[in-house]
Ligand binder design. Structure first.
Ligand code: PRP
Length: 179
């Protein structure tokens, strides 16, 4: 275990097994729909790479990068699109892939944007869900693990851009982020 962690919350094997289940669920739900998977950078890069390999139907992949408008944006929910999709999505069945849903503000905003662009459907796949952090009513359609309201890192989740490459997820020691 990384020395900056207090404990491991979800192991590499648990992530692998759960992702395989989610992939099978999505493949069943989207057979013949040629879904568009949209990974939200940067946190979702690990999960989307693993997830799509478990979805054994034809599909396409694209990415968006979004950024908050400074500190207050977490409460306003306004985000800025830093990198947009390469292709129009009108009429497409979309699966938004996220590492974590916390307040839910990012996804609530993004879902509205995608619906406004006339996607045929928009669903959300998140490997981690932190319902204790929620400030808007949004629930991932495909969820890997429910996590407690603690500072977690790994498998795409960072603190000051570190720890994203840990293959598991753990709780960061308080002294690492409080100094
Ligand atoms: C994280 C995560 C989600 C968002 C969730 O991204 O990847 O996009 O925050 O939080 P919310 O539910 O409170 O809106 P972050 O802005 O940290 O960017 P990153 O993925 O590049 O780390």
């Amino acid at each position: 275990m990384h020395p900056h962690l207090e404990r491991v919350l979800v192991t590499e094997e648990e992530i692998r097994n759960r992702t395989a289940q989610l992939g099978a669920d999505i493949a069943r739900d989207y057979a013949d729909k040629n879904p568009l998977f949209i990974g939200i950078l940067k946190g979702a890069c690990m999960f989307i790479a693993d997830l799509v390999r478990a979805v054994e139907i034809p599909l396409e992949i694209d990415f968006m990068a979004i950024s908050s408008y400074g500190a207050s944006s977490k409460s306003s929910g306004v985000v800025r699109i830093m990198k947009d999709l390469d292709r129009p999505l009108e009429g497409r069945h979309v699966v938004v892939v996220e590492d974590i849903v916390d307040t839910g503000l990012t996804l609530a905003y993004l879902r509205d944007v995608l619906v406004h662009r006339r996607a045929a459907s928009v669903k959300i796949a998140a490997i981690f869900d932190k319902p204790g952090g929620r400030s808007v009513d949004i629930t991932p359609d495909y969820c890997g693990f429910t996590v407690p309201n603690e500072f977690i890192v790994g498998y795409g989740l960072d603190h000051a851009e570190r720890y994203r490459n840990l293959p598991y997820v753990g709780v960061l020691k308080r002294e690492v982020y409080e100094h």
